[in-house]
Design a protein. Sequence first.
Length: 317
Amino acid sequence: MRIDIIGAGALGLLYAGKLAAAGAEIRMWVRKPETADMLRREGIAVAEQGGEILNIKYPDFEVHLMESWPLALPGETGDWVLLMTKQDGIREAAECMAKGLVKNLHIVCMQNGIGHIEAVGQLLPDAWVYPAVTTEGARRQSGESVVMHAGKGVTELGSAYHYGSAQPFAPDGREKRLADKLTEAGLETRISRDIDRSIYRKLLVNAVINPLTAIWRIPNGELLSSRERMDMLRQVYDESIRIFDACGIAWEAEWWEELLQICRSTAANRSSMLADVLAGRRTEIEAINGQFIRLAEGAGMEAPLHRMIRNIITGMQ
Ligand code: KPL
């Protein structure tokens, strides 16, 4: 199976390394020449929690600059594109893909937040766009090609959207083949027929945990360490649920307990937003809490906590 992976962040490297080790033909697509040089020089190393290290040397995988997509792929493509940039990297990647000759790409989107499936679909109306939600934990030091597989999770792969035609996608077993390959590579993947539920659950978890850990500069587990922190967690959660209700978005009572369980099971981890703030990178606040503000606006209601949190994080960038 030939897989194009766009983005060399922690998840991009984790997927590339593990899939290459499982025999998939991997092409990495990166934005910066220095990232391409580093990957060619150092390869990819995936450090598992048990101490095992998977080393993938270049050229056992390919590396290209994203801008060379139309030249490097003159009329041929892989079986899959895994789009693993953050939401703010989507436009640039999609514009490069749109210049390529191959139009009917099958693109899996692994971003946090909501709104990205529509964004990709509008930029690439001939592509099949699959939402995916993962709970795999990965960490990487900026400028390094070593990725820590910090927590084994599960990936859910939804059905494809196609914006260019009203034709429903005739299933050809393609998603199942990808899910099987990922699972064989040690990245457990299930086909989901209710991916929206997982997307909204993850949006809620990220909207509560990520900004509060970034504001207080604490690992996830410390959110549970005092009454004041727990109260704040609960208030942001409750406001989010009121917004879901106003928008007619289904949610489940267990999500609160699941959120607390995520804090416990990732207790020592830094959230991705805290990592971004500490590294001076742009955060995903707009794609996460910003989306709650927009959902609330659409339903004619206020979202004072999400708005305050969004302003605090934006003011830190
Ligand atoms: O997804 C995460 C993130 O950091 O973005 C959580 C679940 C909060 C784990 O850190």
